[in-house]
Ligand binder design. Structure first.
Ligand SMILES: [Zn+2]
Ligand SMILES: [Zn+2]
Length: 249
């Protein structure tokens, strides 16, 4: 059934082409379906018109188009990841007993913490004027992002954001399913953080977690709140917005 897992798959160019085209479709539909579903959930739980089709039609259409290009970039890197996996150049494992059971969730946690560092510094670099003008400006095109902004990037930004993953699996062992789980989480948090609706509570750990109000301030102020999921790097580097506290009231 999974023809792309067969040993001689890469020798058949028409199969590779079919695989690439199907993967673009799968990655794009995953984005589109999850975004539309989240938009409808938000309309039920909040009164905001932030993600409304009626008021943001032009912006949303533009973001969907850009996300299609991002899906193409992600596809190329996914195919490269599959290639190095099949060649045995990665540390991905399939037998759950190969490492301790806690490592099944411990390894994606490690990857996410390492990615937090990668993302923060990549993001800071993308805000240097010359890079911003050419690359990151596209993501910041609208001051008020919507759930559809989550993957609206310049192709180079999409490439650099994803590049971390084929690299990290060459050095860090991770179970195949734990690896997939990371991408589900990244898709969901990207939408949550661009939706304009704060869904996280006010618990003890709240100040460590980045949500929509935190990322909204990044889109408003440009020079603060560069983190992805955790506020740690912004705290260390003193790039936290002074308004973070006020938006969590
Ligand atoms: Zn930015
Ligand atoms: Zn953003």
């Amino acid at each position: 059934m999974f023809y792309f897992l067969q040993d001689d798959f890469w020798e058949h160019s028409y199969l590779v082409l079919l695989f690439i085209l199907s993967l673009i479709l799968v990655i794009f539909l995953r984005y589109a379906l999850v975004s539309v579903a989240y938009k409808f959930i938000l309309e039920r739980i909040s009164k905001t018109r932030r993600n409304s089709w009626n008021t943001k039609r032009v912006q949303i259409l533009r973001e969907i188009k850009r996300s299609l290009y991002s899906s193409m970039v992600f596809t190329v890197l996914c195919a490269a990841t599959l290639f190095i996996y099949q060649k045995g150049w990665t540390k991905i494992y399939e037998n759950v007993n190969q490492y301790a059971l806690w490592y099944l969730w411990g390894s994606p946690l490690l990857v996410l913490i390492a990615y937090e560092t990668y993302y923060y510094w990549l993001h800071r670099w993308m805000h240097t004027p010359a890079v911003f003008r050419v690359v990151h400006k596209i993501h910041h095109e609208h001051r008020e992002p919507t759930v559809f902004t989550a993957f609206s990037f310049h192709p180079l930004e999409g490439f650099l954001q994803f590049l971390f993953f084929p690299l990290v699996i060459t050095v860090l062992p991770i179970h195949l399913y734990s690896f997939f789980a990371i991408f589900i989480l990244l898709t969901l948090t990207a939408m949550v953080n661009h939706s304009g609706v704060e869904i996280y509570g006010k618990g003890r750990f709240r100040r460590h977690i980045i949500g929509a109000s935190h990322h909204d301030l990044h889109h408003e102020e440009f020079t603060t709140n560069f983190g992805l999921h955790l506020t740690w790097w912004d705290s260390i580097m003193k790039t936290s917005s002074k308004r973070n506290r006020e938006t969590l009231k």
